[in-house]
Design a protein around this ligand. Sequence first.
Ligand code: PGA
Length: 251
Amino acid sequence: MSQTPRPLVAGNWKMNGRRADGLALAKAVASAAAGIEAELLVCPPATLLGAVGEALAGSAVGLGGQDCHQAAAGAHTGDIAAPMLADLGCRHVILGHSERRAGHGESAALVRAKAEAALAAGLIPILCIGETEAERDRGEAFAVVARQLAGSLPDRATAASAVVAYEPVWSIGSGRTPTLADIAALHGHLRAELARRFADAAGFRLLYGGSVKPANAVEILATANVNGALVGGASLKAEDFLAIARACPRA
Ligand code: PGA
């Protein structure tokens, strides 16, 4: 992988969408994807992975899951294993999202086990990290994200096999974003933390996530050490998601 990675713009649909609107959204994104410099990915709810995967077949848009279990198979009612996602054509899986760390009590160790399972299944984990507002107010943002990165990114990850997404918890779904200077400082810190462990740290994609919209995408995506975006709310409208994707700077 070259030193400056190709940007990745990933849509996290979260727990939204029925079959009809999910298919319409996927088709609208797929039909406009050719010619966009960034790599595009949509992560629908598990119920729509099969149908959306079929709608995306032959397009440049990738399919991703929103979570997986740490075991490859077995008696885990309601869970989805990484090889099942791979079997449906997924290339990526979001792991450690704050809505899972907080809402489902997921520890760094659990997220790391899930990331190991994803890597073993040939999936690229999109590992989410980010501080809460209280942690930021206490001046702990850098320490928190470094701890989360150390705790949940497996040692065998490489720039080609894993993605890191910085998502300040207070920015998710709130319409509030850090200043560009804060994003640059935080992403620079993450790059330096990666460099302590990985020889190919420069090639890792570091995504920013949290209230990315067409109106702020150009500036955020041009910020140093930002290699794409993880988009929640704005990924539910094809035109907004595509506008964000088009905002990525050309390499
Ligand atoms: P948001 O969500 O874009 O709606 O803030 C981002 C995310 O949770 O990944």
